[in-house]
Design a protein around this ligand. Structure first.
Ligand SMILES: Cc1cc2nc3c(=O)[nH]c(=O)nc-3n(C[C@H](O)[C@H](O)[C@H](O)COP(=O)(O)O)c2cc1C
Length: 237
């Protein structure tokens, strides 16, 4: 499975079997967590642990440690999502949970955790109801989220489609982008405790599937989305 397939396959899973992950996957997970800054492996997150939804049978979770209201946190969220996509390829289920979490011995904030486990074959009724209530399966249309100058989307169409499929708190999908030749300007429609987490996840979907480039601050980025604020730009190398 390649990364685009993993992005398409990933969906939030809130019903797990309670079984341990296969040892080679657990080992790969521990290695990835150790080599990332701001991520910790903790016990499973079960019950009403996020701000909505109920999780059962998760065996461990990834905790994101740090100040989620700072732009730097986009990297932490992106690193965590990259691990989620790798776990998706391995058949492991996951769900991002936002809130205020406490882990004994950790003084810093934990604004999000990701519950993990072996997915149950059937969704519980509570999952199905919640899934429908926040329209988890749907995403806003491409043309509402992304605009381009006269040159069109070019090779950025597919990476933006990958961004469109990203998970976000309450499925709000705050990301917007404007393609101008080799440059893509990114904007967010939200300014809340989840903005940098949602944007970090979505930007990682974009960078994992786009030709090499770098993030820059571009003060000349046009205000093409009236209700969104500018965050950063991607320039092709
Ligand atoms: C930062 C963040 C916080 C989230 N918080 C919760 C939560 O508290 N409870 C929950 O059940 N789902 C939570 N979700 C999962 C979203 O509801 C889900 O990703 C979205 O509805 C899209 O559905 P999908 O992941 O199945 O594509 C969160 C997702 C993100 C990215």
């Amino acid at each position: 499975m390649n990364i685009s397939e993993a992005i398409r396959k990933r969906h939030s899973c809130r019903s797990f079997t309670g079984e341990a992950m296969p040892e080679d996957i657990a080992d790969g997970l521990r290695k990835r967590i150790t080599s990332a800054d701001g991520l910790m492996l903790i016990d499973g997150s079960n019950g009403r642990v996020g701000t909505y939804g109920i999780v059962s049978g998760s065996v461990c979770s990834i905790a994101l440690v740090g100040d989620g209201t700072k732009p730097e946190f986009m990297k932490t969220a992106g690193d965590a999502e990259e691990i989620v996509l790798w776990l998706t390829e391995q058949g492991i289920g996951s769900v991002w949970l936002g809130g205020t979490f406490k882990v004994s011995g950790v003084e810093e904030h934990i604004p999000a955790v990701i519950a993990l486990g072996v997915p149950a074959k059937k969704m519980r009724l509570v999952d199905r109801i919640m899934h429908r209530a926040i329209s988890s399966d749907t995403r806003k249309p491409f043309d509402e989220l992304f605009k381009a100058s006269a040159g069109g989307f070019g090779e950025y169409r597919e990476p933006l489609e990958m961004m469109r499929l990203a998970p976000s708190a309450k499925n709000v999908q705050p990301w917007r982008a404007y393609v101008d030749g080799d440059t893509v300007h990114f904007y967010s429609t939200t300014d809340n405790r989840y903005t940098y987490i949602d944007m970090g996840i979505a930007l990682r979907h974009f960078t994992l599937t786009t030709p090499a480039g770098i993030f820059v601050d571009d003060t000349s980025a046009p205000a093409v989305f009236p209700a969104a604020r500018y965050l950063t730009s991607w320039k092709k190398k």
